[in-house]
Write a protein that binds this ligand. Structure first.
Ligand code: ARG
Length: 579
């Protein structure tokens, strides 16, 4: 990585200049290209601690640093920044090994780390709706990024299949089965949303049915075989609805990643016992609670984490405590990332703190809630249908494909229907995913068809288009990229700037993994595509003055195309050859 190269020289120099052990080099990308490629900010922090003039320390750093082979210009600016400009020869050499180092996926190894990613995790009582879209899309992109870097990735789809509403659903399923027989039940299950509404209506108006529903939950949780069979049938149908969507969205989750709430059923009693043994349980209004000093609510009143209800039933938090133990002890994860709505922030703070206090985290495993905001409609309110219902994911994707198809056939009237449909599908998936991934996940974002399907600006179609332009360049050049001999020379400023941007990919990917922020990759790919456009405008490729320059430019374009393809793949977005 470029940063590593520089840091390896700057850290010892900072130390030799008298900075205390462990002072940070604090290297960042320069804010303006005129300043250079990177700037070191660490001299200022260290000088402050040493009570020395920062520019003087910066000068001492430069006097000690051996940078000649890496850097063509190093200068001190402002209060003590050190601006650095890399040598072209360094960029050229780095680019030679770029594909092997950065673009090719690494084989998974425990060495790189083992990361567990809890994502998608819908509640199976209902059909998946847009609220699960963000978790699914962001989680899947992170899973791809970690896998690409050689981490072992454990995908966990923590689906909700165990709450009290299942009693109601099963009781309703039973009445259908004994009444009209199985086919009727199958037909009813085809639309889970309607099935849920009907069951709920019955539950609300028929006290006998409500009582039956409550009995059914208890029977289910005690393992009654008939209940279990009916429940399994319901879960299977429900999961196949999810899988159909994962397929359409090109999300990598499969049945084997489902580790449902019910899977922790046997472990729940043990959680309560362990908390009691640790002296952490307090009874409050009949319920079993854990109070930790750090959690207070209104008027500083202590805030409990409730782990068992007065009727003996367990809660969402109990299951999550059992999941912490499983993920730490059995799965031996090094990091566990939870892609869940930010409104559950307090829940996870409490669960992780209680798990720590109870000694459930027995190995160095970092538990990290990676929250995200709400998807809003263009009116700035949570995204809903005109009628005010939650939007089903399947309907959303239908609409995306319809709109994309219109765009594609408008742009390419002579494209045949099959090709058009295929391109439209890639654009639709790309637009929906990228609109989500390109924003900082903590923020709410506005879902806008026009913005996400635009071919200009930081959008998926813009990046897919940049990729397809590079492909058509090669088609016109009539050369295979493999036939181009290596060896780049970065004469023009636009060539240099494109190369430098490409070479930042590795640092960006590391940051995406550290912070769980795929939007950093989106921004980066947008910069790559923008740098490509500038290069393409200023540096003739097919009409280059010399054959060797033409080949070098083609090689650079190829590197750029591969970065876009690989980068989009890490976001879960397909590319197309033409559009
Ligand atoms: N099923 C939950 C919901 O839809 C999300 C589960 C997230 N994961 C977890 N371990 N709690 O709100």
């Amino acid at each position: 990585m470029l940063k590593d190269l520089l840091e390896a020289r700057l850290a010892p120099a900072l130390h030799a200049a008298g900075a205390p052990e462990g002072s940070a080099v604090a290297l960042t990308v320069s804010t303006k290209p005129e300043f250079g490629d990177y700037q070191m900010n660490g001299a200022m922090g260290a000088a402050k601690r040493l009570k020395r003039p920062p520019r003087e320390l910066a000068e001492a750093v430069l006097a000690h640093a051996q940078l000649d082979d890496l850097v063509s210009e190093a200068s001190i600016a402002g209060p003590g920044f050190i601006n650095l400009r890399l040598r072209e020869s360094v960029l050229e050499a780095q680019l030679d090994t770029f594909t092997a180092r950065v673009l090719n996926p690494k084989a998974p190894s425990r060495e790189a780390g083992r990361v567990l990613i809890d994502y998608s995790s819908p509640n199976l009582a209902k059909e998946m709706h847009v609220g699960h879209l963000r978790s699914t899309i962001i989680g899947d992109s992170l899973a791809r990024c970690f896998a690409h870097a050689g981490w072992e990735v454990l995908r966990q789809n923590h689906v909700g299949d165990w709450g009290t509403q299942f009693g109601m659903l099963l009781a309703y399923l039973n009445t259908l089965e004994t009444g009209d027989g199985t086919p009727a039940a199958d037909a009813e299950l085809a639309d889970l949303e309607r099935f849920y509404r009907k069951a709920k209506a019955r539950f609300d108006e028929d006290p006998a049915f409500a009582a039956l529903s409550r009995e059914t939950v208890v029977k289910l949780q005690q393992g009654d075989p008939a209940c279990r069979t009916a429940w399994q049938r319901f879960i299977d149908v429900s999961l196949s609805h999810c899988e159909a969507l994962y397929g359409r969205l090109q999300v990598t989750l499969t049945r084997e990643h489902v580790h449902a709430e019910s899977a922790y059923n046997e472990a729940l009693a043990g959680v309560i016992t362990a908390l009691r043994d640790r002296g952490l349980l307090t009874e409050s209004e009949g319920a079993q609670c854990v109070f930790l000093d750090e959690f207070t609510g209104k008027d500083d009143a202590p805030l409990p984490l409730i782990v068992q209800k007065s009727d003996g039933g367990y809660l969402y938090a109990t299951t999550d405590l059992a999941a912490v133990r499983y993920r730490c002890d059995d799965l031996e994860a090094d990091r566990a990332l939870y892609l869940v709505d930010k409104r559950q922030g307090l829940h996870f703070k409490q669960v992780f703190a209680v798990a720590k206090a109870a000694g459930f985290i027995t190995r160095p495993c970092s538990f990290e809630h990676m929250p995200f905001g709400t998807m809003l409609g263009e009116d700035g309110r949570p995204f809903r249908t005109r009628a005010g219902d939650v939007v089903k994911l399947a309907d959303l994707l239908d609409e995306a494909e319809r709109r994309a198809e219109m765009l594609v056939s408008e742009k390419n009237p002579d494209l045949d229907a099959a090709a058009c449909a295929e391109i439209a599908k890639a654009i639709a998936i790309g637009a929906v995913k990228y609109a989500d991934l390109s924003k900082h996940r903590n923020n709410d974002y506005v879902f806008s068809w026009d913005a996400m399907l635009s071919f200009d600006g930081n959008t998926a179609p813009y990046l897919q288009y940049a990729y397809s332009r590079i492909q058509s360049l090669f088609a016109r050049a009539q050369v295979a990229p493999e036939a181009l001999s290596a060896g780049l020379s970065l004469g023009a400023p636009q060539e240099r700037s494109l190369a430098l941007t490409l070479l930042r990919t590795e640092d960006v990917l590391a940051q995406v993994r550290d912070q769980g922020l795929p939007h950093l990759l989106c921004t980066h790919l947008y910069e790559v595509a923008t740098a490509f456009t500038a290069f393409y405008e200023h540096c003739p490729v097919l009409n280059a003055p010399e054959e060797s320059i033409r080949n070098q430019r083609l090689a650079l374009a190829h590197c750029c195309g591969e970065t876009l393809r690989q980068g989009l793949e890490l976001l879960g977005i397909p590319v197309v050859q033409r559009m």
